[in-house]
Design a protein around this ligand. Structure first.
Ligand SMILES: Cc1cc2nc3c(=O)[nH]c(=O)nc-3n(C[C@H](O)[C@H](O)[C@H](O)COP(=O)(O)OP(=O)(O)OC[C@H]3O[C@@H](n4cnc5c(N)ncnc54)[C@H](O)[C@@H]3O)c2cc1C
Length: 377
């Protein structure tokens, strides 16, 4: 990838800067971070502004460099990120764009881009997390519908979602990776019960989801029946490969803020802390370069990121945790105050080495798919 920006790309940056400077002061105040219905309204409102200004599909259709410029500029300007529609914008949407039929793309993509519909992800089950292919939620065909029963867990944003990308077992007799299908489930269908789970930070951002004979049209299946594992790999490669890239820019900004605070409160005098912050700065710089490489590789190979996403996800999640640990050293007792800006994010950073596949699983993928080592037992 050519890392220099062309005149046309710099013009895109300049136009975006002008637009951000005009629109950001007109946004309503940010909602309480623990109030998910209010966050949904705020995040969808922002998405609608992007849509109306012609930036809505920047995560899917723009060139890789335009996308990176967009992420840099929006973060530098302090604009909101995708928020409650993380799944719709960053992995269900791109999966439907890559694997859906024309009718499915027409039905589901425009409302995501307009900020009208929010998606959640129903993959994990109580006994199927890392070993996702062991999932047991059953879908039995009845004419033009599947009748779905089972339980999902850790379903982020289920409370405020309209649709769920749902993995179901359509052939219990087949080997476990071959009997799965990927369905789009309307969250208001009869038989769907969502029970929010509370995180240690007090947030109900994810939930348990109980499915009791939920009827889902066969036409809501993305990909062929029993070919859902392949479609799942597409979803996960977006989730690990490109969905977190905006956050890397945010971490670079936060690191700068932390260094400023350290200078002000005297913790900067500690050489161990300075070394820690310096190493983190190099780490986020490297992650940004890796992001550029992954995004451009994905573009060159038909739009779907490869196993490099696991390298990124592994390093990013640990670097993010280290950033917040360093913040705790700088902030001292303030780091325990739930009202402090950094505290909720520090608590949620603990989940990064679990969500979207644990670090152990990413290491297995890197070992097998990149280094060519033999499969673990
Ligand atoms: C904040 C957050 C949001 C999430 N959002 C969603 C969501 O929206 N939708 C959804 O479907 N899921 C979601 N998840 C669930 C997430 O995908 C799972 O938690 C994750 O895949 C791990 O599965 P598990 O919790 O069942 O742990 P387990 O699979 O039971 O793993 C337990 C431990 O064993 C280790 N382990 C397991 N197998 C191996 C192996 N083969 N080799 C080495 N070590 C292994 C794991 O690394 C882990 O340390 C979310 C999780 C978090 C934390």
């Amino acid at each position: 990838m050519d890392l220099a920006y062309s005149a046309e790309e710099e013009e895109f940056r300049a136009r975006l800067r002008v637009w951000l400077a005009a629109v950001l002061p007109t946004l309503p105040p940010r909602p309480d971070p623990l109030d998910w219905p209010a966050r949904r309204a705020y995040d969808c409102g922002w998405q609608r502004r992007l849509h109306d200004a012609g930036y809505a599909d920047v995560h899917w259709d723009a060139s890789p460099t335009q996308r990176l410029i967009f992420l840099e500029e929006t973060e530098l300007a302090g604009a909101p990120y995708v928020g409650a529609n993380f799944v719709g914008l960053l992995h269900a949407g791109p999966t439907i764009a890559a694997e859906g039929t024309a009718a499915q793309r027409d039905r589901w993509l425009p409302p995501v881009l307009r900020g009208d519909e929010v998606w959640c992800q129903g993959f994990s089950e109580p006994d199927a997390g890392s070993d996702l292919a062991s999932l047991r939620t059953r879908a039995v065909r009845d004419g033009d519908e599947y009748v779905v029963s089972g339980q999902k867990i850790w379903t982020s944003h289920a409370e405020v979602a309209d649709w769920c990308e749902l993995l179901v077992r359509t052939d219990p007799a087949a080997p476990k990776h071959r009997g799965i299908s990927w369905l789009a489930m309307p969250m208001d269908a009869p038989g769907v019960t969502v029970r929010p789970l509370r995180t240690l930070a007090g947030s109900t951002e994810f939930a348990e989801m109980f499915l009791d004979e939920v009827r889902i049209p066969v036409g809501n299946r993305v990909g062929d029946e029993n070919d859902g594992w392949r479609v799942t790999m597409v979803t996960l490669s977006f989730e690990r490969g490109t969905a977190f890239v905006g956050e890397v820019v945010a971490c670079r900004r936060l690191l700068g803020e932390l260094a400023r605070t350290a200078r002000e409160n005297g913790t900067w005098d500690d050489p161990v802390l300075r070394r820690r912050l310096g190493r983190l700065s190099a780490e986020f710089q490297a992650l940004w370069r890796l992001t550029q490489a992954n995004v451009s590789e994905a573009q060159a190979t038909g739009g779907v990121p490869g196993a490099g996403g696991s390298v990124f996800k592994l390093h990013y999640s640990h670097a993010r945790q280290e950033l917040y640990e360093a913040a705790a050293t700088v902030l001292g007792p303030d780091a325990l105050d739930l009202g402090h800006d950094w505290t909720l994010d520090r608590l949620s950073s603990l989940s990064y080495t679990i969500a979207a596949g644990t670090s152990q699983i990413q290491r297995n993928i890197v070992a097998e798919r990149i280094l060519g080592l033999p499969k673990g037992r």
